[in-house]
Design a protein around this ligand. Sequence first.
Ligand SMILES: [Cu+2]
Length: 120
Amino acid sequence: MRAAAVALVMVALLSACGGSSGGTAPAGSTQVTMTEFKFAPSTITVAHGKVIFWLINSGNVAHDMAIRDSSNNRVATSDLISAGDSKEFDVNDIPAGTYTIFCTQQGHEASGMKGTLTVT
Ligand SMILES: [Cu+2]
């Protein structure tokens, strides 16, 4: 019963979310493909301000993408993206700096699912 309730909440959250899901990459987006267990590309450079990522999960399990700064503070986390799905991930105001991208799913970062985001 509890799992069913959680699933219902997830569906509600997903349908309430504004960003596009599935379909094609939004204009000006930075495309990142997720598989077990890596991001491609794993080294990304973007300009500061609003950044639009287009996350494609080409793997076999769910993944997400989170961003933490050089002080280990997490500044943004995408929705969890199901295997085979793709989704927009907007970060509204990211300052210049060097960040780490990583998957928050248990064990994924330790398995290599991380990368470097440079914001200029
Ligand atoms: Cu992952």
